[in-house]
Design a binder for this molecule. Structure first.
Ligand code: SF4
Ligand code: SF4
Length: 84
């Protein structure tokens, strides 16, 4: 089992809400909505771009959150969003 971010997962760019402005989402991102910068391969279009929100920069892979596959990550992140 890998313990690094699964490229193409994108769960942390969908389930959580993000309060800071994102290009295309000036009010931030509601929970459960795909980020406008998540491309069709579930990769962030803003890697290395200063417009990428700091919260995205800081989000680190964590097995407890990301689980073994995308569905687990979506479930856990949605739970965290609703319960923290
Ligand atoms: S939920 Fe975890 S594995 Fe999925 S993209 Fe985010 S950091 Fe990577
Ligand atoms: S800006 Fe990039 S890393 Fe942040 S939520 Fe959107 S797609 Fe994900």
């Amino acid at each position: 089992m890998s313990d690094e971010c699964r490229a193409g997962c994108g769960a942390c760019c969908i389930a959580p809400s993000i309060s800071s402005a994102i290009p295309g989402m000036p009010e931030g991102k509601p929970a459960g909505v795909r980020c406008a910068q998540l491309d069709e391969h579930n990769l962030c279009r803003l890697f290395g771009d200063p417009r990428r929100p700091a919260v995205c920069e800081q989000f680190q892979f964590d097995t407890a959150v990301c689980g073994r596959q995308r569905e687990e990550a979506l479930i856990t992140l949605t739970w965290l969003e609703d319960n923290t």
